[in-house]
Ligand binder design. Structure first.
Ligand code: ZN
Length: 212
């Protein structure tokens, strides 16, 4: 569902550009709104959320899909935790659809899907690992890396129930916005994938904006 935001970029309390292949980790306080801006279009932002007070509570794709009875995320979607609490709600979305089934890219899956020599290519799971290793104060470690949301990524489910990675439906300037219902750690990898069309074979920067 396309829903535009009334928030003005110049009134944001925080703005940061994230290059493709880099990570972003930050606590989004309860009541704050986060925007992910797809600057050049066709970019995937692989994202995980944790309760900042208790990171054992985290975003859960299964509960989210079941409770909203939809496999895609868009404006109005409530992002639920493994304890069935609402962590965030998507309040604006100019892309229209986001994936939470396809999972994040990893060197292992690149090897299985593409070829053995893809093993050394940078992947989202590596970015998350680096983020948690360099930011121990968040209290997250390897075992906390679970199933994620791929903002802007197009993973349609076929009539037969199959999954495919398709060319993106996002475009330059499209964004998704969500409001935090609890103090939430945002852990995001701006996807460096070059082996499938999720980034249009050309990973590009995104911008993160936060309003109080
Ligand atoms: Zn990725």
């Amino acid at each position: 569902m396309i829903k535009e935001s009334s928030l003005l970029a110049e009134q944001a309390s925080f703005r940061e550009m994230i290059k493709a292949g880099d990570y972003f980790i930050k606590v989004l306080n309860k009541g704050q709104t986060l925007r992910i801006l797809d600057i050049e279009g066709n970019q995937a932002a692989d994202t995980l959320f944790y309760n900042a007070q208790n990171p054992a509570e985290r975003y859960n794709a299964m509960d989210t899909i079941r409770e909203q009875a939809s496999i895609y995320l868009t404006a109005g979607s409530k992002l639920l935790s493994n304890e069935n609490n609402t962590m965030l709600e998507i309040t604006a979305d100019t892309c229209g659809r986001h994936d939470t089934i396809g999972g994040a890219c990893a060197t292992e899956s690149n090897t299985v899907r593409y070829s053995l020599e893809k093993k050394c290519m940078h992947a989202c799971r590596d970015s998350w690992m680096l983020a948690v290793a360099e930011n121990e104060e968040f209290g997250i470690d390897k075992r906390d890396i679970t199933h994620n949301i791929n903002f802007f990524m197009n993973v349609p489910v076929t009539e037969q129930g199959g999954l495919t990675f398709e060319d993106g439906i996002s475009a330059p300037g499209k964004y998704v916005e969500m409001k935090a219902y609890m103090d939430t750690i945002v852990l995001l990898s701006n996807c460096p994938q070059l082996n499938n069309p999720c980034n249009g074979y050309n990973p590009t920067p995104i911008e993160i904006l936060i309003w109080d």
